[in-house]
Design a protein around this ligand. Structure first.
Ligand code: NI
Length: 173
């Protein structure tokens, strides 16, 4: 398949609410997912949402093994999540650093629910439900935000904890 161009913050598709997928197990959906994995791998991403490659559909992928962009992150299984729903478990949130392939070179400290249940489907239409916490929960919340036109800077409380990663590293933040 193909590595696709990742749209950057400011592109109108990134601000749209994406459409639900209505047909599963189709060549078009398989191709979209394959392109998303190729693109995420080429950019060393932890996750990618379809709108980031210009497709306004409710499809996200994520996977964390050993990721040089997230050296402290625990592994997250390679997942295709379509038409996702997130249910927070409790009100507890945690702050953590995030980056985004649509905002290259930058990092910000973002509050996310610590523990969630997420539900959705894979590209074959197989239902999935997982209870997760920590970095896994953070990645899912970040990616699902993309489907609602939300980028992580919109969730930052303290704008001092937002900047270029090469300036932030080695300093207080
Ligand atoms: Ni992102």
């Amino acid at each position: 398949m193909a590595v696709r161009t990742v749209l950057r913050m400011g592109h109108p598709v990134l601000r749209q609410v994406a459409e639900p997928v209505t047909e599963f197990n189709t060549p078009a959906l398989d191709d979209l997912v394959a392109d998303m994995f190729d693109t995420m791998a080429a950019r060393n991403g932890a996750g990618l949402a379809a709108p980031q490659i210009g497709v306004s559909q409710r499809v996200v992928i994520f996977s964390v093994r050993e990721n040089p962009r997230y050296p402290q992150a625990e592994p997250v299984p390679e997942t295709v999540l379509i038409n996702p729903q997130i249910e927070p478990l409790g009100e507890r949130t945690a702050e953590g650093w995030e980056g985004c392939l649509s905002i290259p070179g930058m990092r910000g400290m973002v509050p996310r629910y610590e523990e969630i249940i997420y539900r959705g489907y894979d590209q074959k239409g197989q239902f999935m439900e997982r209870r997760v916490s920590g970095f896994h929960a953070r990645v899912v919340q970040h990616e699902v935000d993309h489907l609602d036109g939300v980028l992580y800077p919109q969730r930052i409380h303290d704008m001092q904890a937002f900047g270029f990663e090469d300036e932030l590293s080695g300093h207080e933040y």
